[in-house]
Design a protein. Structure first.
Length: 261
């Protein structure tokens, strides 16, 4: 029997503290994870693995990376011991013609952009996970093309998961998670929602930083590109559904969406 077509998901991960906190956001992620069909494997695109070229983890047992500092000890004690899938990584490398994907045997593992989300969605850590890097010298259209190249995996039981933030400006952050959002952050988050609802992927890829609100929301693109990759993996005309929305710390959008569920 053929595997059911898997959805494609973007999660706004926000503060690393969401990995250990019990709040509306983390409870929503847990409930959403319980609704997801069980995948054969997960390909996770995190904002926190930035590389020259595009790489995918090729280890049988990827390590948990604590790529953060200044946070409480419980965050550094987290382990997410999901297995890898070297054969699937090799198959992805072979199948994605036009996008060169390199196999990583030692550099990376699961960074906090991955495990802070996965531990709520799949707490048993029993689904194989492969992490895919961001080729930072390439623009948004390249990352959209990566998503399109990955899209056939959905019909092989693979969940494509992006983890970043649509609005992410640490230079203007307020440390109170409930601080009122900046007007420009609300403006850009609303603009993204309107383009998602209209199915206007072209605008999201090409025009995100055309306004002052967009430039303030995306001062650097690493949290934006996982969203663009997920957008590329969604089928044309596939409607997005909001998992969670709202802004934390005044300048971090927690907007999370799923296509195909």
């Amino acid at each position: 029997m053929a595997a059911p077509r898997m959805p494609v998901v973007f999660i706004g991960h926000g503060s690393p503290m969401n990995a250990v906190e019990d709040n509306d956001y983390t409870r929503t992620l847990a409930a959403f994870g319980a609704r997801l069909p069980r995948p054969r494997a997960i390909v996770c695109i995190s904002a926190h693995w930035m590389t020259e070229g595009t790489w995918i983890t090729h280890q049988a047992h990827p390590r948990t990376i604590h790529d953060l500092y200044g946070f409480p000890k419980p965050l550094f004690e987290i382990q997410y011991p999901a297995p890898g899938d070297p054969k699937l990584a090799e198959d992805i490398q072979t199948a994605t013609s036009g996008i060169r994907i390199n196999l990583d045997d030692e550099q990376w593992g699961f960074d906090h952009g991955a495990w802070s989300v996965l531990r709520h969605l799949f707490p048993a850590a029993d689904v194989p996970v492969l992490q895919l890097s961001l080729y930072m010298e390439r623009a948004a259209d390249y990352h959209f093309d990566v998503g399109q190249a990955l899209a056939p995996l959905r019909d092989q039981g693979v969940l494509i998961l992006g983890s970043g933030n649509i609005v992410h400006n640490l230079r203007t952050i307020k440390w109170d998670a409930a601080a009122p959002p900046y007007p420009w952050a609300l403006e850009f988050d609303d603009w993204v929602k309107s383009k998602l609802d209209a199915g206007d992927a072209r605008a999201l890829v090409a025009d995100a930083t055309a306004t002052e609100a967009g430039r303030l929301s995306i001062p650097t693109p690493e949290h934006w590109y996982p969203f663009i990759t997920v957008l590329g993996a969604a089928a044309p005309g596939e409607k997005p559904h909001t998992i969670f929305d709202g802004l934390q710390n005044a300048s971090i959008s927690m907007r999370s969406v799923v296509f195909g569920l």
